[in-house]
Design a binder for this molecule. Sequence first.
Ligand code: PLP
Length: 396
Amino acid sequence: MLKPNRRYGELKDTYLFNTIYRKTSEYLEANPDKKVYRMGVGDVSLPLCKAVIDALHKAVDDQGCADTFHGYMPEVGDPELRKAISDYYRNMGARVSENEIFVSSGACDDLGDILELFDQDNTVMVIEPAYPEYVDTNILAGRKVIHLTSGEENGFLPKPCEEAKADILYICSPNNPTGAAFSRKGLQEWVDFANEIGAVILFDAAYEIFIEDEDIPHSVYELDGADRCAIEICSLSKTAGFTGTRLGYTVVPCKLLRDGMSLNEMWSRNRETRTNGVSYILQKGALAVFTPQGQKQIHDNLSVYKENASYFMEALDAAGIWYCGGKNSPYIWMRCPDGMSGWDFFDYLLREIQVVGIPGDGFGACGRGYFRFSTFGNREETKEAANRLCKLLKKE
Ligand code: PLP
């Protein structure tokens, strides 16, 4: 008889977002005259930039003409796009060659698929609070997960330690949900640790473009020895507004070997089996992101999100509340006032100022007592929400 994967029963349910939705809807039903400011959502609000839209239109027309039509694309990605991404890495001071870059349909897809490179017996270390996919995908695959907690005492950026010893190490910098980002020195310690114990780092760089500080690396490959221990997973979702368009890329260095096997060759082989590539049209749209015009336009959009972050940071600074993120990240992670739990604070904000964020409890046990705001919303609404928050917190 067929046996289903019983580990589905071990996954936490999607209670967090459902509860936020239910509480907000109930409030609006009871208070139909009120407007709610939704500052929790991690999805972008600005449209794709003009350079991308123009490239997408042109690519659609290409597909309608025999001379320019494209069928299957290479599973690993369009060579022109791989070259553009390789140049992008060079500009940020990291050497990544074209054959180390694999174009994907987004980071979420590859964070799941990449685990096919590793045996089920490997152990996994996840720094908490964390993006839930790291834990869920490994639970489904039957791997043991070690939860390394972080907190204010280390700025939510823990150092490697005995407890963190595992075969696969997840590092997300800048982090979702905390917005904390590793300095060069801090990340180098993890790279050295991984090389020492023979682990592989899965480095999630989905938010690299938000980094402003010189001392924070955009890519793990800016660090010595990372090409011998790290796989980097990237996405155009937050950098260029591709959440609904879908395109990402994963870097698997040629020097990354384990037990005599090349992870780069294995990943090429995996792609041949698991995908028929990303659509020609989307890859042309993505290529436009890496042109000078595209880069300028996506940075114009980013500056709106940065301004949103500044409203929240000013509000929290004025109220003297501890937080991290905001400067190098689109997320702001604040300590709830007066020892409130994340859910108590959620109810309080909804009732008093109609602002919705995300209770930190949803990202693992050490998120309790913290709260996440996203800066991806509309500028005017974010400004108003931050003003309301400031007044409320100062009144306390
Ligand atoms: N990694 C992190 C840390 C994220 O926050 C997200 C999306 O929110 C993803 C990966 C997934 O990105 P994508 O839209 O490319 O699947």
